[in-house]
Design a protein around this ligand. Structure first.
Ligand SMILES: Cc1cc2nc3c(=O)[nH]c(=O)nc-3n(C[C@H](O)[C@H](O)[C@H](O)COP(=O)(O)O)c2cc1C
Length: 139
């Protein structure tokens, strides 16, 4: 099992229709690849973790990296791991700009933290803690 976590900036802000289209495409393909993960969107920034077979994850990430919908892609970590964490979804998704997201327990402490903040880039374990909050959020 292999995990890769990155952050990026949307080239243009995405509306709900754009995000749903992106997610539909991603979920279909990930299901076929046995890739799972979580995608967060906030203030035109993304954070995504991809999990699965190392070759599949690396190949998918290369494709995602070429996607013109985002830029400034920064890998926070990539590593082998014993088990996948976000196994409930082929790709979980939370739009942190939505009001309801602010009621997710534990989220408030991160509310004002931009997804590309140095805290996340410099501290991968903090980033993982942040993502764990959303593992248990009911979607
Ligand atoms: C922020 C972001 C995250 C994405 N995540 C995924 C993903 O998890 N899985 C996926 O297949 N495509 C994802 N995509 C879309 C891919 O970049 C690309 O459009 C897609 O893999 C192409 O699929 P195709 O083989 O159907 O053409 C993402 C795109 C962006 C901008």
């Amino acid at each position: 099992m292999f995990q890769l976590l990155y952050i990026s900036n949307a080239t243009q802000p995405l509306n709900d229709t754009d995000l749903v289209a992106l997610l539909k495409q991603a979920r279909k393909k990930n299901a076929g690849l046995n890739v799972t993960g979580m995608l967060l969107y906030k203030d035109a920034k993304f954070m995504q973790i991809l999990e699965g077979d190392e070759t599949a994850v690396r190949k998918l990430f290369a494709e995602i990296s070429d996607d013109p919908r985002h830029q400034n892609i920064t890998v926070i970590f990539q590593k082998r791991c014993p088990t996948a964490v976000f196994t409930d979804w082929s790709m979980g998704f939370i739009n942190l700009d939505d009001e309801w997201a602010k009621s997710i327990p534990g989220y408030t402490s991160f509310l004002e933290t931009p997804l590309d903040s140095a805290h996340f880039v410099d501290d991968p374990s903090l980033t993982m803690q942040f993502l764990y909050i959303f593992k248990f959020a009911k979607l």
